[in-house]
Design a protein around this ligand. Structure first.
Ligand code: GLC
Length: 422
């Protein structure tokens, strides 16, 4: 059914683009109270849950209808397309669903407007998530979806071997190199194509080993450490020793999900959205997999804090409607659907302790722990350049053109350059 969703999405995008270039006829002549029709722009909605939620809004707000604009799935392409529109001064986008990674950059560039804190129930959200929506002491967005990386494993295969899911890198490496080949599987995959996903995977390895790439301020370069080298070595060894397959070097989230779901992988690092797809009747691994926190050198490792925030474009002609739409999308009712219909981790803390949801989503408490322990990306206005430097170095590391020592030294040099131009 994925192709139907994709086709539906393509049609919607075409319709919205046409609407955009026809000059927003419907928007002209509206009252100047900041209310009127608007668009919500987002990365691809992989589970197709958003359109019905927006239909509900539209039914109750005939003078402030919202049109969905879907951009590609990958974090970087979505960012690039949003930015090219915002830089041109266009008012085509009203509410922006932006990756937590880019919120500081959008705020610093003046593309999104500060919001009134008192309008949103920030106390009801998971605490680390709220921080991703602030910049320079002000609230620039409202948390909408959170995310933490999890380790998916083939429970049927490990059970057959009398093994438990790995808690440490040593367990993972042993099982991936001995059990996977015995069962005709690849060992381990994450997202290793050079884009934000690779930065996330590398950062997780470094943090899990107890290191860091930048200081909390996002300016100080801290990568030159034995721990960071150990993190990079974990990934580099995987490629060298074959428990990370060459195919995985071309994976983003979706390619790696497909590999797992088609029964080709023993272990997969991915986000929680994979759980629903991998459990669907057409999945080859339905009922045969489990989820645990990411492993680290001596016990659980640490995830990068993912997710997205809703912001109002500073060019929006209807910011009052935009803020109301954000309140709706972050309400308890809609947040519940973000999980049940969208398979995405909600930001409201109470949902993680809701007995009914905990029964239906057995991974919820693992996810909550992983989100609370996750490491946010640095709040830097030039985080994009930081990420590009990490990707370039990590690509050479994974292709075995550089050793972990060389990679760390080069990353320290290149990040030093980025923070000097900050
Ligand atoms: C997910 C995360 C996001 C991250 C991206 C990387 O979409 O929610 O924060 O930047 O993956 O690919």
């Amino acid at each position: 059914m994925r192709w139907m969703r994709a086709a539906g999405r393509a049609l919607l995008v075409v319709a919205v683009v046409l609407a955009g270039y026809s000059g927003f006829g419907a928007r002209e002549g509206l009252a100047s109270d900041g209310r009127g029709p608007m668009t919500l722009v987002t990365a691809g909605d992989l589970t197709g849950y958003l359109a019905p939620l927006l239909d509900d809004w539209n039914a109750g707000h005939p003078r402030e209808p919202v049109t969905l604009v879907e951009l590609p799935d990958s974090a970087d392409e979505t960012r690039a397309q949003m930015i090219s529109e915002l830089r041109s001064g266009s008012n085509r986008f009203d509410v922006l669903n932006i990756d937590v990674a880019w919120t500081s950059e959008f705020a610093a560039a003046g593309w999104i407007s500060p919001l009134d804190r008192s309008r949103f129930p920030l106390d009801a959200f998971l605490r680390p998530v709220v921080d991703t929506a602030t910049f320079d002491g002000r609230l620039y967005a409202v948390p909408y979806v959170t995310n933490a990386g999890l380790l998916y494993y083939r429970k049927d295969v490990l059970d057959e071997e009398g093994e438990r899911p790995p808690r440490t890198w040593a367990d993972l490496v042993r099982q991936a190199s001995t059990i996977a080949p015995k069962h005709g599987l690849d060992g381990y995959a994450g997202q290793f194509l050079p884009y934000e996903g690779l930065t996330v995977n590398v950062t997780e390895a470094v943090h899990s080993a107890g290191g860091s790439i930048l200081g909390d301020d996002g300016a100080r370069v801290t990568v030159d450490s034995a721990a960071a080298r150990a993190g990079l070595r974990f990934l580099a060894d995987g490629v060298r020793d074959g428990w990370i397959s060459r195919d995985a070097l071309g994976y983003k989230e979706e390619e790696s999900r497909q590999a797992f779901q088609e029964g080709r992988l023993l272990f997969l690092r991915n986000w929680p959205y994979v759980y629903a797809d991998a459990s669907a009747p057409e999945s080859k691994v339905a009922g045969r997999f489990g989820v645990v926190p990411l492993p680290g050198p001596d016990g659980p490792g640490s995830s990068v804090l993912g997710g997205s925030n809703l912001a109002v474009s500073s060019r929006s002609r209807h910011p009052a409607s935009a803020a109301d739409l954000i309140s709706y999308l972050t309400s308890e009712r809609v947040q519940r659907k973000v999980l049940t219909e969208g398979s995405l981790p909600p930001v409201r803390a109470a949902l993680y302790e809701d007995p009914e949801l905990m029964r239906a989503y057995p991974y919820l408490s693992t996810l909550r722990q992983s989100v609370l322990a996750a490491v946010p990306r640095p709040k830097s206005a030039c985080y994009d350049q930081v990420s590009l430097a990490v990707q370039a170095v990590a690509q050479d590391l994974m292709a075995r053109r550089e050793t972990p020592d060389q990679a760390v030294a080069r990353l320290a040099r290149e990040l030093g350059g980025v923070s000097r131009t900050d």
